[in-house]
Design a protein around this ligand. Structure first.
Ligand code: ZN
Length: 169
């Protein structure tokens, strides 16, 4: 059974092990401009930066996305592929980590797909398994019409409900 989705201004969903995920609407609005709605738009991608929140010592851990990186000209982008090559992605994550006293950290990544209802490719899954071993990450793919979003818990992917802007509460 899928977790219950609450849609207010921000995207909020329950995580499989308890706690919740919040992605503020302004982040989704900004990243939505990279959707590959016309045939000339290449894939785009970047990282998520955020924090873990725990209400009590033994309470569930929630995730709040507070920032992100966007593609730059130094990245490698084509219609069917995006590779983060620019150093600004990792630099922004490190800066946020230092400036926040280690409160903000790398919390996943996003990229686009030229399909209306996106799904991760075999290459995506292989890359995540290789690069995110032991980490917690929010994984998001912006399709032309809808999105795919999941949590990686260090070893496996659990899909979260799709982001549908007019989904009723
Ligand atoms: Zn992909």
């Amino acid at each position: 059974m899928l977790p219950k989705t609450v849609m207010t201004d921000d995207f909020v969903t329950h995580l499989p092990k308890g706690g919740y995920l919040v992605i503020p609407s302004h982040i989704l609005d900004t990243l939505s401009k990279y959707r590959q709605r016309n045939s000339s738009q290449p894939e785009s991608g970047g990282t998520f930066i955020g924090c873990f929140r725990q209400g009590s010592d033994d309470g569930p851990i929630s995730i709040e996305i507070v920032s992100y990186t966007e593609p730059s000209k130094m990245d490698s982008a084509s219609r069917y592929g995006f590779v983060r090559k620019s150093k600004h992605h990792i630099q922004k994550v490190l800066n946020a980590w230092k400036r926040s006293g280690r409160g903000l950290t790398y919390l996943g990544e996003w990229h686009t797909h030229p399909e209306s209802k996106p799904n991760p490719s075999i290459v995506d899954i292989a890359n995540w398994k290789k690069n995110l071993k032991g980490k917690t990450a929010i994984l998001m793919i912006f399709g032309m019409e809808s999105d795919w979003i999941a949590i990686w818990d260090g070893s496996e992917i659990t899909e979260l409900p799709p982001l549908i802007p007019d989904q009723p509460i």
